[in-house]
Design a protein. Structure first.
Length: 447
């Protein structure tokens, strides 16, 4: 299919609209996301509610919000009724309070109550991620009765029907039943005989990272979500977890460099400035700290100006080495893969790696500086400074994220800025300090 931005022809062309209806919702969204929202509304206006609901769910959340803010209420109520509850709640949760109240007032009471029940949970919790479309059967039913009840659930997407959840008369989760076990069992057998009672579930209050970890560890297709009384409230599907993993990875990457974790290419410049400027100010303060260290040795640099050449080399290489360690630790912590014993082992390992890499890189830098400037003392000082700074960087790359984690702070939160501060300050201090000592005690070899 051609890109719609190349078809700024009549978007009301019946022939084109008919061909559009045959496309997958993801393809429609991909082809239309680059055109103005006003034009998108014209396209969606000619599609049935069910297809429109699927297309909107494929758009970036910011675009879906714009559509919800501007579409007619009577059309929106029909579309929301066709959307999966988790997708609809994600968009509704981003709307202005006024618009949200308008939409809620236009929904039928059942849909409105369902949306309100989802919106009360934080967006990054299991309750905020779950959908309420699932099949739950009573444990007191027979296979024949259960099969008959399944036929009444036409609204459930058969592609998502992995498990049937079994509940008691109070709605508490009792077990899980695979569809194939139901289909191939005798009609007079009871559900409670067939169900697996060892069912894993998550609380509505669980963080979405915990949910993603469970899916990764146990390879679930879906997982039930329960309230404080173990009553089944919804389910989370594997495709939702893929989105969670992408979001968390993006958030960790951005926070490591002082971004908000939510910024995108199309984020407004005002929001970008508001998110970035505070951390740039923090970074500026740390740069002044490194500058202060250099100023302490101003006289040393004035006497031996060649030292200035090697300052960025020493600090930069330490920062790169520390970032390697930091990236591994932050990712492992995000996946809950680091026990106390593993923390100690990681520290020992990184000390060894940092020492070996530091000595190796130090020897290279020392040799280059000796050959380049013809001064053996300079070569020895750069070698020692590089080795020590890379060792410190490796230790800092472990201790910074672990320290933040122990303080219940997201380890990805500007860890890179803190690491850079350590490597710059230590690198400058060690290098210039060794040079100052050399000039004081062995001036004949330095100058």
């Amino acid at each position: 299919m051609e890109k719609i931005d190349e078809l700024i022809i009549d978007v009301k062309d019946p022939q084109w609209i008919e061909s559009l209806k045959q496309c997958h919702p993801a393809d429609i969204a991909e082809q239309t996301r680059s055109i103005p929202v006003s034009k998108i509304r014209e396209v969606l206006r000619q599609l049935p509610d069910e297809l429109t609901a699927e297309v909107i769910a494929e758009y970036p959340i910011e675009m879906s919000v714009q559509l919800f803010e501007t579409m007619r209420l009577n059309r929106l109520s029909g579309i929301i009724g066709e959307m999966f509850t988790d997708d609809a709640a994600d968009v509704l949760g981003q709307l202005s309070a006024k618009r949200l109240n308008e939409i809620m007032g236009s929904l039928n009471p059942e849909d409105a109550a369902e949306m309100r029940s989802l919106l009360k949970y934080p967006e990054d919790s299991a309750g905020g991620t779950m959908q309420t479309e699932f099949i739950a059967l009573s444990e007191s039913l027979s296979v024949a009765e259960a099969t008959e009840k399944l036929r009444t659930h036409e609204e459930i997407n058969s592609e998502d029907l992995f498990y049937i959840y079994v509940i008691d008369e109070d709605g508490r989760l009792r077990g899980v039943l695979r569809v194939r076990d139901l289909l191939f069992s005798k009609a007079d057998r009871m559900i409670e005989e067939l169900m697996d009672r060892d069912v894993r579930c998550v609380s509505v209050h669980a963080d979405q990272e915990e949910v993603a970890t469970l899916f990764q560890r146990y390879h679930f297709n879906s997982i039930p979500v329960v309230d404080d009384f173990q009553r089944l409230q919804g389910i989370i599907l594997s495709d939702d977890v893929i989105e969670i993993v992408q979001e968390e990875a993006t958030e960790d990457m951005q926070r490591m460099v002082g971004l908000s974790g939510e910024e995108m290419l199309d984020t407004s410049w005002r929001t970008s400035v508001r998110n970035r400027l505070p951390w740039l100010c923090v970074n500026l303060a740390t740069a002044f700290a490194a500058g202060l260290v250099v100023s302490i040795f101003e006289e040393t640099i004035a006497q031996y100006a060649v030292l200035a050449i090697f300052l960025p080399i020493i600090a930069g290489q330490g920062g790169n080495a520390g970032t390697q360690t930091l990236t591994i630790l932050v990712r492992s912590l995000a996946l809950s893969e680091v026990s106390l014993q593993q923390q100690r082992a990681a520290l020992v390992k990184e000390v060894v790696v940092g020492l070996i890499n530091g000595i190796s890189i130090g020897l290279i830098v020392g040799l280059v500086s000796w050959v380049w400037k013809g001064n053996l003392s300079l070569g020895i000082i750069t070698c020692l400074a590089m080795a020590l700074n890379m060792l410190v960087a490796a230790v800092a790359g472990v201790l910074i994220p672990l320290g933040l984690k122990s303080l219940k702070i997201d380890p990805a939160l500007a860890s890179a800025i803190m690491l850079t501060t350590v490597t710059d300050v230590i690198g400058f201090f060690v290098f210039l300090g060794l040079a100052a000592l050399g000039m004081q005690f062995f001036p004949q070899y330095m100058l």
